[in-house]
Design a protein around this ligand. Structure first.
Ligand code: ZN
Length: 75
């Protein structure tokens, strides 16, 4: 049982909840020197992680099935 964070209604017993990401932001990952280690010919070798741009979840809501279907169709 849970309370839907969109319509504030209490869900019935054994009803599944859905996680809806409501806010995301861009995240810049910096490059890291010798971050990845791997073994080749019995020697440990290291490669650099180039970094880059990705998305990060800021806020996720626990919603009921009806709210999830209506909110995903709006996008
Ligand atoms: Zn709801």
């Amino acid at each position: 049982m849970f309370i839907c964070q969109h319509c504030n209604a209490q869900a019935s017993f054994k009803e599944k909840s859905f996680l809806l990401t409501s806010k995301t932001r861009e995240k810049l990952y910096p490059s890291r020197v010798s971050a990845n280690k791997y073994r080749q010919a019995n020697k440990i070798k290291k490669t650099d992680d180039p970094g880059g741009i990705g998305t990060e979840i800021v806020e996720a809501k626990q919603v009921c099935k009806l709210c999830y279907q209506t909110l995903t169709q709006l996008e």
